[in-house]
Design a binder for this molecule. Structure first.
Ligand code: ADE
Length: 247
């Protein structure tokens, strides 16, 4: 996948793009990232990238022209084929694992990081972009959102994760939260690892993990269980969990 990040704050990305899963994806040649500084595409001597909003009001608005030029440059550098263009914005459609899976199949993506009060709305049709939000809170800029998106995509690219840790086993591959996990030592400041995990009994462990996954989901994200087809086993486990709470 080829990825271009268009930003007013290019200094945000070195470091973050050189660590963890994103670094692995890049090293394996599965992800190619370029960070494009929008300010490099301004034409006045002040490097103006924003201006006052028409109609008045507080805050500044990102101008169309430097963005359009930065995008054109990124597009040419990326070679043939139009990229799928995203603009980070709290007004966007909510980013989900399902959307991440769709995006991970794109050969080329450009992410424009929003700033200030917003971006001139005409950028959306000019770039053929789609607005994307990582959640219902307001960041001061879209750079952390872009990193969230890149990280979520990098680990889904075929060949990035080993078989054992394949993304399919993860939370949100099916809509249940994960059960808790533990590693050595068996006891830590008086907290013991649940006995069942030390039992070596694979069936008991499987059932315990399923019950704890359902318990967490029911306690923390009951919305994920709504309208969901449950297996007979899940129904029984959930009934037990609800019984425990009522007691
Ligand atoms: N920019 C500011 N807040 C944001 C959010 N929640 N998601 C994406 N981009 C943003």
């Amino acid at each position: 996948m080829r990825l271009s990040i268009l930003t007013l704050n290019p200094g945000y990305f070195p470091g973050a793009l050189d660590e963890g899963m994103i670094r692995i994806a890049r090293q394996k040649g599965l992800l190619e990232v370029s960070v494009v500084a929008i300010r490099d595409f301004t034409t006045d001597r002040y490097g103006t990238t924003d201006d006052y909003p028409y109609g008045g009001g507080a805050g500044m608005v990102m101008k169309v022209e430097p963005i359009a030029r930065a995008f054109e440059s990124a597009r040419r550098a990326a070679g043939p084929g139009a990229p799928h263009v995203l603009v980070t914005s709290p007004q966007g459609r909510r980013f989900t694992q399902a959307w991440a899976r769709d995006l991970a199949r794109e050969p080329s993506i450009a992410i424009l990081c929003g700033r200030y009060r917003g971006i001139d709305e005409r950028v959306i049709p000019i770039l053929g972009a789609e607005e994307i939000s990582i959640g219902d809170y307001v960041l001061s800029g879209g750079e952390p959102a872009a990193l969230v998106i890149v990280d979520a995509l990098a680990r889904l690219l075929p060949g990035v994760l080993g078989d054992a840790e394949s993304a399919e086993a993860d939370s949100f591959s099916e809509p249940l939260l994960d059960a808790p996990v533990y590693t050595r030592p068996e006891e830590c400041e008086g907290h013991r690892v649940p006995e069942v995990l030390l039992s070596g009994n694979h069936e008991r462990i499987r059932l315990w993990r399923r019950r704890e996954a359902l318990r967490r989901t029911w306690n923390r994200r009951p919305d994920l269980l709504e309208g969901r087809e449950l297996s007979d086993e899940d129904k029984r486990l959930l009934k037990e969990i609800k019984g425990e709470v009522a007691r």
